[in-house]
Each structure stands twice: as structure tokens, then as C-alpha cells.
Design a protein around this ligand. Structure first.
Ligand code: HEM
Length: 402
């Protein structure tokens, strides 16, 4: 799954890219005397009860960077890093440039930049905080079919940079990396993309690289139980600790798509795999994109219209004791493999209040019985907890690290 509906739509700012870059909307924040086009001028506040980049509509680009602490980096050094990172991320999100900045930061506005910080289980151990490691941060179990590359998995810290402009994204990544010197070093980095704002005539749910409308049945932020399902609450089994309330667990899976094999299926077979039409994203049982699937419906020959192993039947909350996650993934395309097939797929990112009631049970079922499984390979994996957002003057993770 990837980012999409439920308020997570591309192009919310309107048709700027597709229409005309020259026509700014005049809001021009942080741009000196020139007014920026609307994409550049859009800003997402860094500070708040929750971190930005979770319910924020998916921007056009992401860079995921996992860090490991340098040997000997202690709690005070980690705290100082999180303060430097938070201060700088807040300034970049407003469109300001950090001091002594290079040229790459010039010209563009914040372009909806968000920077989201999360902690891996190993961070707690290395900082002598094993006793405060949240319950939900146990290592993910192995799943059937996993082909995981340890060097591109896990990590003490995860930084998710999202923006509508690739250069703005590079600048943020580079700036944060410089600030980490002496405290943390990059473990792995991955780059992903989605639709650019304005690329479609109206805001739409994203398409993934298999061509499917992806994100339709994400939980909706306006739903009454949304916060309880996605953010750590007061009493949740994985929560409890005050420093974590308003935080969220994120599962990262690098999922390569076997696109040559996928292309070998005809359209009807591809639609059976998911249980939805490719053109509109509507369930195969009829209606529009947002029409609920009729899971009881049968075809003329008596078989289930949404097949027993269709991806949406295997993964839907109603067949997983309510297990819910907010999918906000990005596509990737990193060239070609030795056999000539594309090294492309989905940087799956799923946010939830507790992975044991979200990703884990659903993936356990998908890995065994999903019609999509023959066409995908899980190649990297990580589980991290994003602390709540911080107020101005504070930093992300302060209640844990101070
Ligand atoms: C739904 C694609 C992996 C969980 C969907 C949909 C598509 C899709 C096209 C239907 C539209 C929508 O509601 O978003 C994919 C692809 C994957 C993948 C291409 C891998 C490359 C996963 C994984 C999980 C997952 C690993 C979780 C472990 C879900 C859930 C839904 C969904 C919960 C919504 C089901 C419903 O309530 O209708 N996915 N998905 N997906 N997917 Fe995936």
C-alpha cells in the first residue's frame, strides 16, 4: 500500500506544476522580494502535538535516512543531536536557511518540507535506556518469504524527509547529515517518489508502480477512532509512558515489485489479485473508488467476487480483528538488476499506535495467503517509534532524553 485517499491526496495545493510555474500565488513566504509559485511557498509547520510527515498529505519526494550512533555517543550527545536536528528542521520547514549554508539552499521555498524523526530499538540499548524501551518496539518477527538485507534494514534513528522539490529534499538531508557528525553516521539511505502536486487535473489518490490506485481505504483522519489507531494514547499496551503519548510506530519495508512477471498477467487477472479495478480503483464488486467492497458478493459461477486471496480481503481491518495502519509509502526506482528487470517497487511506510495490532498480524496473513505475494519481495525492514511532536523551543524526544 502507499499514500493516497483519506485526505492523503496528491496535489492538494492545486494545479501549480501542471499549470504554470510562473504564476505565483503571491503568498511568497521566505522568498525575499520574489513571490514563489504555490508549490514552493507551501509550508508545513514543524511544531505541534504530533510530528509532521505522518498525516501530512504525501509530498512528491521522500528521502529516508537511517543512522547509527557513533561508538561512545551517550545520552547527552544524542539529546544535543536531537535538539540541533529539531531546531534546524523547524527553520527549514519555515523556508529559512541555516547559518553558513551552501548554495543548494538558495531560491526555493519550503515546498511542504517535513522532517520526521523516529527511534529504533537499538537506540534505547545503546543509550542505557533499555528499561524505557516501549513494548511495541520488539523486533518484527520473520515473515515467510522475507529476503531481507540487514545492511539496508533497522538503524538507531530514522529520519524521513518529505518535500515537493527534490533539491529542497537534498538540502535538508545534507544539512541534517552535517549536524550529525561525531554523533551518528548514516547506515542506509533510500529515495522515493509520488505524484507531484498539480500533475493531475484534480487531487487524486496515488498510483503505485504496478499501476494500481493505492491508498483508497486508508483510515480517514476525520474518523472517530483515527487518533487511537494511529497515535500512541494514554493507556495503550504499547504506550503508557508519558514521553511517547502522541507518538506513532512506523514500519518500513522495501518491497521490490516483480514488474516483468506482473506485466505477464492480463488486466482481469491483475484486478483479481487486488480485488479492485485498475482504472478507477473501485472494488471489483462495483461502484466508485470509495464504494465499500461487497465481500459477500458471488460471481455467476458461485465463486467469491472478491477472491479469497485478494489483497484487500486478506488485509482489510474487518478480517484482521480491526488491525489498522496508515499507509504512507513512496515508489522507488533504483535502476536495473543483473537480469535486466527493474529494481523498483514500494518503500512501504505504515504508521500505527501499536505494530502488534497493526502491521504484524496483517503481514503474517499476507505473507501466507496474499495473491500479490508472488509479485513482490520484501528486501529491507525496519521498525521505529516516532516520539510526539515538540513545541517551539523544545526538541523531538526531549521527554525521553533530557
Ligand atoms: C490495500 C497495493 C503491500 C496493507 C491496497 C490496495 C492496493 C495495495 C492497490 C487497494 C487500495 C487501497 O485501499 O489502498 C499494495 C502493494 C503492495 C502492498 C502493491 C506491495 C508492493 C501491503 C502490505 C500491507 C498492506 C505489506 C500490510 C502489511 C494493505 C491494507 C489495505 C491495502 C491494510 C487496505 C485494505 C482495505 O481495508 O480495503 N494495497 N499493497 N499492503 N493494503 Fe496493500
Amino acid at each position: 500500500g502507499a499514500a493516497g485517499a483519506g485526505g492523503l491526496v496528491a496535489g492538494a495545493a492545486g494545479g501549480a506544476v501542471g499549470a504554470s510555474l510562473a504564476d505565483g500565488d503571491g503568498s511568497g513566504s521566505g522568498a525575499g522580494s520574489l513571490s514563489l509559485a504555490s508549490v514552493g511557498a507551501s509550508a508545513v509547520p514543524f511544531h505541534g502535538a504530533q510530528q509532521a510527515g505522518i498525516t501530512t498529505p504525501a509530498q512528491a519526494r521522500t528521502v529516508l535516512v537511517a543512522y547509527d550512533l557513533e561508538p561512545g555517543a551517550d545520552r547527552a550527545k544524542a539529546a544535543a543531536l536531537m535538539r540541533r536536528w529539531s531546531d534546524t528542521a523547524a527553520r527549514l520547514a519555515r523556508g529559512e536557511r541555516p547559518d553558513a549554508d551552501g548554495q543548494v539552499g538558495l531560491d526555493a521555498g519550503p515546498s511542504s518540507l517535513t522532517v520526521t524523526f523516529a527511534f529504533g530499538a537499538t537506540l534505547f540499548d545503546k543509550l542505557g535506556l533499555a528499561g524505557r524501551r516501549p513494548e511495541g518496539l520488539q523486533p518484527l518477527p520473520p515473515f515467510p518469504g522475507d529476503e531481507l538485507d540487514a545492511s539496508r534494514s533497522d538503524g538507531d534513528l530514522l529520519v524521513q524527509v518529505c518535500t515537493d522539490d527534490a533539491l529542497v529534499g537534498f538540502h535538508a538531508v545534507r544539512t541534517l547529515q552535517r549536524l550529525a557528525r561525531g554523533t551518528a553516521k548514516v547506515r542506509w539511505q533510500m529515495t522515493g517518489f509520488a505524484r507531484s502536486p498539480g500533475a493531475t487535473a484534480k487531487p487524486m489518490t496515488h498510483r503505485n508502480l504496478m499501476g494500481q490506485v493505492d491508498g483508497t481505504n486508508n483510515p480517514k483522519p476525520e474518523a472517530p477512532d483515527f487518533a487511537a489507531k494511529i497515535f500512541v494514547g494514554d493507556a495503550g499496551a504499547a504506550g503508557g509512558a508519558a514521553w511517547l503519548r502522541g507518538g506513532s510506530y512506523v514500519v518500513m519495508r522495501r518491497i521490490r515489485m516483480l514488474l516483468d512477471d506482473w506485466d505477464g498477467l492480463d488486466l482481469a487477472a491483475q484486478e483479481r489479485v487486488i480485488g479492485r479495478r485498475k482504472d478507477t480503483g473501485a472494488p471489483v464488486t462495483g461502484g466508485e473508488e470509495t464504494t465499500p467492497a461487497d465481500f459477500g458478493a458471488r460471481a455467476a459461477n458461485g465463486s467469491l467476487a472478491v477472491a479469497e486471496n485478494a489483497h484487500i480481503r486478506v488485509s482489510a481491518p474487518e478480517f484482521n480483528r480491526g488491525a489498522t495502519m496508515l499507509r504512507r509509502g513512496y515508489s522507488y526506482h533504483d535502476g536495473f538488476r543483473p537480469d535486466g528487470s527493474p529494481d523498483a517497487g514500494l518503500l512501504f511506510l505504515a504508521w500505527q499506535a501499536d505494530p502488534r495490532d497493526g502491521f504484524v498480524p496483517v503481514q503474517q496473513k499476507l505473507a501466507r495467503g496474499d495473491a500479490l505475494s508472488p509479485f513482490v519481495r520484501h528486501e529491507a525492514s525496519g521498525l521505529y517509534v516516532a516520539p510526539p511532536g515538540c513545541p517551539e523551543g523544545g526538541y523531538v524526544g526531549q521527554a525521553l532524553l533530557d
